[in-house]
Design a binder for this molecule. Structure first.
Ligand code: ATP
Ligand code: MG
Length: 333
């Protein structure tokens, strides 16, 4: 059976962007049953930017709780944290020797996260896409559900796999496809329609956290930046209104409707009407997940046991693929 792999960084608390762009689709793929599904918590990626150790531990367990509370089932999917499957880092080293500096330098995530002072960024942040390529290739995954922001990294993974295959005259690594679909593959910040919603954004008001309570969710949506115009009758009418479009996209994704259906329902409404409707919908969808997360977080030992079990199962797939890679490269073992 073909394999799907994806992951999220424990670099903060889960956001609505992570839920709609990633987790919700992880669950759909798991439940479709057509693929073996592996979902990880990419802790080695998170530390490419400084993380407080105690907070990293908490975020890792909370992310695992978020996966399970959203419907990922450890009996159906392999759930684990990246650092516990050392083959990811081992294959990443090989890919560091295959990838070119110029390829990495062109990545928009590198440019965004390194900011103006690239000299002071970690070497790991620069090499991030090679580790991400290893995350997928160590399982020979062929499909990766990700948000729009990760498309470039998945394309780079194809380039790395293709160059490895070419340099070592093999067809060992598959060429992977990003799977980017749905109404909210790029949820934008509530404060700035040109920036994506991110768990590492310093402004808490910019995002909805999966653990926000009903009041906080309503308040953040009420305060979300918008323009004074009412909603138009068609989605095309939102072309130059990124903040309004973002709220419509979120509404569509949460209610599992098309954006056109949302427009025919709410076209003509002002934000004084639309925002409370969106807030109710968001609270409705997120409250059961956040209360289940809280319940799971009361037993961290159980979460750790689930992750340990997942790591052991993941290693059974990863170890022979790493061994074969080493053989192809000519490393004596
Ligand atoms: P960070 O700010 O630390 O990079 P993040 O919120 O961007 O955190 P990641 O761990 O980098 O989250 O990404 C995890 C998954 O969530 C990826 O598949 C990514 O494409 C998706 N994702 C992240 N932000 C959004 C968003 N705003 N809209 C849709 N998908 C998103
Ligand atoms: Mg990110």
């Amino acid at each position: 059976t073909p394999r799907v792999l994806s992951g999220i960084q424990p670099s903060g608390g889960l956001t609505l962007g992570n839920y709609l762009g990633a987790i919700k689709r992880f669950v759909e793929t798991q439940d479709a049953g057509s693929h073996q599904t592996l979902y990880c918590i990419v802790d080695l990626h998170a530390i490419t930017v400084w993380q407080d150790p105690a907070q990293l531990t908490r975020n890792t367990r909370e992310l695992a709780a978020g996966y399970i509370a959203s419907g990922l089932d450890p009996a159906k999917s392999i759930l684990f944290n990246q650092s516990q499957v050392p083959e990811h880092a081992q294959l990443a080293w090989i890919f560091n020797t295959v990838a070119r500096m110029g390829w990495m330098g062109r990545m928009t995530q590198w440019k965004d996260k390194a900011g103006k002072n690239a000299e002071a960024a970690s070497l790991g942040l620069f090499a991030y896409p090679a580790l991400m390529a290893a995350d997928m290739m160590i399982y020979h995954a062929t499909h990766v559900p990700v948000g729009e922001d990760q498309k470039q990294h998945v394309e780079l993974t194809r380039d790395i796999a293709a160059k490895f295959n070419h340099d070592y005259e093999t067809e060992f690594f598959p060429l992977i496809e990003p799977v980017i679909e749905g109404a909210a593959t790029r949820v934008m910040s509530l404060r700035d329609g040109s920036k994506k919603m991110s768990k590492s954004d310093p402004s808490d008001a910019s995002r909805i956290n999966m653990t926000d309570d009903a009041d906080t969710i309503s308040k953040k949506i009420r305060k979300a930046r918008t323009d004074p115009e009412p909603l138009p009758e068609t989605y095309e009418g939102l072309k130059d209104r990124p903040e309004a479009r973002n709220l419509v996209n979120i509404y569509a994704a949460l209610s599992e409707q098309t954006v056109q259906q949302v427009m025919s329902q709410h076209g003509g409404a002002g934000f004084g009407q639309f925002k409370p409707a969106l807030a109710d919908l968001a609270v409705d969808k997120l409250a059961p997940i956040s209360s289940e997360m809280k319940r799971l977080m009361e037993d961290p030992a159980q979460i750790d046991a689930i992750l340990r079990d997942g790591a052991a199962r993941a290693r059974e797939i990863a170890a022979p693929i790493l061994a074969e890679t080493y053989r192809i490269v000519g490393l004596v073992g």
